[in-house]
Design a protein around this ligand. Sequence first.
Ligand SMILES: [Zn+2]
Length: 463
Amino acid sequence: MKKVYYNFLLLLVISLPIYAVKPLEQSALDTAAELRDKALKSDLAYQILESLTTEVGPRLAGSEGDVRAVAWAENKFTELKFDRVWKEPVTVTPWQRGVAAAEILKPFPQPLVISALGNSVGTPEEGIRAEIVHFATFADLQAAEAAEVKGKIVFISHKMAKTRDGSSYGRAVQARSQGAAVAGEKGAKAILIRSIGTDDDRLAHTGLMNYRENVNRIPAAALSSPDADLLLRQLQRGAVEVGLTMEASVAEPFTTYNVIGEIRGSERPDEVIIIGGHLDSWDLGTGAVDDGAGVAITMAAAKLIAEQQRPKRTIRVVLWAAEEVGLIGAKAYAEKYKAEMRQHITGAESDFGAGPIWSFDWRSAHDETPFIDQLAQLLAPLGIKKGHDKANGGPDLYPLRGLGMSTFALRQDGTDYFDLHHTANDTLDKVNPQHLQQNVAAYVVFAFAVANADGNFGFNLTY
Ligand SMILES: [Zn+2]
């Protein structure tokens, strides 16, 4: 009898879930719902985005536009009456695009629309002329014999598919990020890739590429999708020769900044919730969807919360520097705050455009079912469903996640995101103001809920 009782107790203990984060009280749930409904009527995020894209525009890290963006962000936080506003230095090596031009020389001469890839070297002044060697995919280039590639211009024609969650990007982007290193190692003179995008516009998509130590650095550019098709059609008729001229170069190291604004917590001001987007953009468009939208959504969300009710914990809006050129601001922040990670309770970055949010994910050291269910109920009227417990968190949170911080992900519909991504078409008119409101509504719910929840999501999350 005694043993049976003991076993029963043991079973009870091991089967009772441990909820480290306590469910929100009714008053906090009511406030979160009020905030959500208020955000759906607020045009603050759109005003912020209109201001950034009109008064600053392109803001490539280390450029004059970047300098103006930093000043804009400090002023905007101050104008919105954040409790604390400051900036933290980040060193970047500015890349300068210069002019890039390409043309088919043989068999049927025609100009090509291209864009130099970020970080690429330029060509010699007289340019490069060479025969094209075509690969359908990056993997095909990897598998090729050096003799096939040597002295030629590599062309990768792989076309990225449209997906809601952007999952096709990871595979497609290898051609951009690693293509030049692989082609350079095999002796290619340059590389042209089909733009990493999902549109049919005659616009090329830029984006970061990387070289490898001790490998010949060759110029790298993206073709617009219609130009990639043109090149393929000429290749069907025989050998194709292309001419390429690029002025790209790098300048001296330059100091830019993460710009930070805080709404201080009423009970535990030293514990912070991190939201934000990245302040830098590529230089071709005005950085409206990438990532002006994320900047605007999170600034507006924190401001609306401050107007409604001071949260228990501090909400820290970080406008990350130099994300596009390698998460430079995010890495600098993680280095600076690594000893204070336990005060970083959780966070989410908005960096996937301006489409509506359809799902949310989380990442905690414990099972937080009651709290997550409350969040799901608050977000359900916005058309947002519960996702999974391995939240990605957004690119600028990767270094913090690596240090063990909990993350959430409010996942936007990215079906059209890669039509515009890193192109001259990334402009304000592509942003739907209602979608922006829905995003802010989700962020006020998320940030207010996690800032007011008692208990912790845990630390040293190693999965
Ligand atoms: Zn981005």
